[in-house]
Design a protein around this ligand. Structure first.
Ligand code: ADP
Ligand code: MG
Length: 241
């Protein structure tokens, strides 16, 4: 993330992170504090109390996920890479994301995967976080869309595995596409703009690449290409730290 930056630039980048993190955490804290004060000091009917507790819990959940996004970006990509079963990881993350998809009225489908396990050289935790980031974005792009669908497919092409994540959501303009991966770039009211910065960095470190096709109001297709295990050593991973 902080490639070849001077000490001064590093300090500036860190203060920027600290400032936006403080902002992301202070808002939900203020909200939760307000609800607790209401519950403690006013006479509320049971229904209201339950409603305030539910909102508070949602705020805390969101803060937790914001914190984990910030922590993942603060950590340099791990040097501990090993043999990782990508097809298994994809299935695990589809299961993990299914409740979020149902809540958002979006259908998730695994369209195609090779019959044999797909092995790559990676850090399993990083791969999971990357898959979550892309799927979360795809689901969030679909919330207002009728018959919303996110489909995934894994294909073996030459020396690589191509993971395609496709949605029929709001899509992006050429200008928006060109800004993808820039730190803090987000079009969402409660976005951090860190998910893709982190994901691109992890994929690059595996010797992989990301391509995107998108059209406003039609949808988006991300194609992530990662070298297969038997070819991964030939593309030495350039680690950024
Ligand atoms: P965040 O999700 O917190 O906004 P990300 O780095 O994950 O940050 O994504 C940055 C931006 O890229 C999003 O705010 C959105 O504008 C755009 N984006 C990413 N994925 C998609 C997608 N599947 N469809 C439409 N826009 C997307
Ligand atoms: Mg995101």
């Amino acid at each position: 993330l902080f490639i070849n930056y001077s000490e001064n630039e590093k300090f500036e980048a860190i203060s920027h992170v600290a400032a936006s993190l403080a902002h992301e955490v202070r808002n939900p804290l203020t909200a939760v504090k307000g609800f607790l004060q209401l519950i403690r000091y006013s006479t509320l009917e049971q229904g209201k109390i339950e409603q305030y507790i539910d909102i508070s819990l949602m705020e805390i959940d969101r803060t937790e996920s914001v914190l984990s996004e910030y922590l993942s970006i603060a950590k340099p990509p791990s040097k501990q890479m090993g043999k990782t079963n990508l097809s298994h990881q994809v299935q695990v993350i589809i299961d993990v994301m299914s409740s979020y998809a149902i809540m958002s009225n979006v259908e998730i489908e695994l369209e195609h995967k090779p019959v044999v396990p797909v092995w790559i050289i990676a850090n399993g935790d990083e791969v999971k976080q990357v898959l979550v980031n892309f799927m979360k974005n795809a689901i969030e792009a679909c919330v207002e869309v009728p018959h919303a669908k996110v489909s995934l497919s894994l294909n073996l092409v030459d020396r690589n595995v191509l993971l395609i994540i496709k949605d029929n959501g709001i899509g992006m303009s050429a200008d928006q596409i060109s800004r993808l991966g820039s730190i803090y770039y987000s079009t969402k009211s409660s976005g951090t703009g860190l998910g893709l910065t982190y994901s691109f960095q992890v994929i690059r470190a595996m010797g992989g690449s990301v391509a995107v096709q998108s059209e406003p109001r039609a949808g988006t297709r991300f194609t992530i290409s990662i070298p297969l295990l038997e070819y991964a050593q030939e593309t030495p991973a350039t680690r950024i730290s």
